[in-house]
Design a protein around this ligand. Structure first.
Ligand code: S3P
Length: 427
């Protein structure tokens, strides 16, 4: 559905962003292999985590979802039943990759597929390490989904250095490690988000500049009560919106502030953003706070590259939008991974920036541009990608006049009420 968006003259008010997507997926998966009933408060009831929920239901796990709480009755590591049909991960790479780790340890065969976007995304990154652990997992000739997973005689522990900095790959190996004989170790030279290790209570150490997370095979997973904070990646859209729209003041409550996710806040502060943290606290093992943002005179003279990239990987499109409204030269490098997301996000960002009248230079692993004072309203494309839709929805309200956005409904993947919230703040 095309959406028409007009210039906002202010953004004012308070909001709660929906629950963290990464933590929601993990809470469902951990609850489903836990011993007993887990309760999840703040579950993100959006298409992506619902894909995970549907998969574990298809695996015979009983769940009840009310407006307050998601209850999951886990039956331990081997409590799943063989599914009647192919599992469907929808648009969700996290569902497919993490669940494949768990499915590799099951005593029945399973298959997992996804939508047209997910079927294009690379799965070799999980097929390789899981195969090294003894799993029987095959994809297409191009190492994409659908994936077929056959029961293996036994999984064994490995030590694996991540060739790409990916929390999804790390987590798939750690989940499979629960089913393996021995101590599985995952080494990362560029730290990725650490929710899996936090939520499973795994120890991590550092050696020679690498982080090493270890999991003991056969380890019992306890049922838990999970409190899911607001998603910082969803908050990022309103933070940038409030920074670039004049006369704005927005308070976002209850946002997760896990340091492996908040690099974008430091970036925006370095660009001159007036962002204040209030009421910082810890909830369910994750740091949380309220974020107060006011309109700021941003500059975009910044190069984002190297080890910060995994931390800000989901925020690069909205950071590019912030930079589009600020003088200076903005450059992103070492971010080839962006081409493997829900769409090719480097291509999508460059195409939409060009439409706005920005002369952007595209690299294999990033892009660079200098903004100008003649930005023009545009017919943006979301490319069916929720984060591109929200980023250029924010751009649209900062531009003079009327813009449109193609396939705007894809925000339902992570933030179903996004357009309503934006509308309320602007009125
Ligand atoms: C996620 C990890 C990131 C991120 C994705 C969610 C997760 O992907 O882009 O939106 O929940 O582990 P990679 O770890 O593959 O970079």
């Amino acid at each position: 559905m095309d959406k028409t968006l007009i210039t906002a003259h202010h953004l004012r008010g308070e909001l709660n962003v929906p629950g963290d997507k990464s933590i929601s997926h993990r809470a469902v998966m951990i609850g489903s292999i836990g011993e007993g009933t887990s309760e999840i408060d703040g579950f993100l009831n959006a298409a992506d985590p619902r894909s995970t929920l549907e998969c574990i239901r298809a695996l015979g796990i009983e769940t009840t979802l009310t407006s307050q709480t998601l209850r999951i009755i886990g039956r331990g590591l081997h409590g799943y039943h063989k599914p009647d049909a192919m599992l469907d991960a929808g648009n969700s790479g996290t569902t497919m990759r993490l669940l494949s780790g768990i499915l590799s340890g099951q005593r029945f065969p399973s298959q997992i597929t996804g939508d047209q976007y997910l079927l294009r995304r690379p799965m070799k990154r999980i097929i390789d390490p899981l195969t090294e652990m003894g799993a029987q997992i095959v994809g297409t000739d191009k190492f994409t989904a659908p994936l077929k997973i056959f029961p293996s005689d036994r999984l064994h522990a490995i030590t694996y250095e991540l060739p790409v900095p990916s929390a999804q790959v790390k987590s798939a190996i750690l989940f499979a490690g629960l089913y393996a004989e021995g101590l599985t170790r995952v080494e990362e030279s560029q730290p990725s988000r650490d929710h899996t290790e936090r939520m499973l209570g795994l120890s991590s150490t550092s050696s020679h500049g690498k982080k090493i997370v270890a999991v003991e095979g056969g380890r019992r997973v306890e049922a838990s009560r999970f409190f899911i904070p607001g998603d910082p990646s969803s908050a990022a859209f309103f933070i940038v919106a409030a920074l670039i729209v004049p006369n704005s003041e927005v308070l976002i409550r209850n946002v997760g502030l896990n340091p492996s996710r908040t690099g974008f806040l430091e970036t925006l502060r370095a660009m001159g953003g007036n962002i204040r943290m209030e009421n910082e606290r810890s909830i369910g093992g994750e740091p949380v706070g309220d974020i107060l943002v006011t309109t700021s005179a941003l500059h975009s003279d910044i190069v984002l590259k190297g080890s910060v990239i995994p931390n800000i990987i989901d925020e690069i499109p909205i950071l590019a939008v912030a930079a589009a409204f600020a003088p200076g030269r903005f450059e992103v490098r070492d971010a080839f991974e962006l081409r493997n997301k829900e769409c090719d996000r480097i291509g999508a960002v460059c195409e939409n920036l060009l439409l706005m009248g920005i002369d952007v230079e595209e690299f294999d692993d990033g892009f660079a541009f200098e903004s100008n004072n003649n930005l023009i309203p545009s017919h943006f494309d979301s490319f069916g990608d929720h984060r591109i839709a929200m980023a250029f929805g924010v751009a649209a309200i900062g531009l003079p006049g009327e813009s449109t956005l193609r396939e705007s409904e894809c925000v339902g993947i992570s933030f179903p009420t996004f357009w309503d919230v934006l509308h309320t703040l602007a009125n």
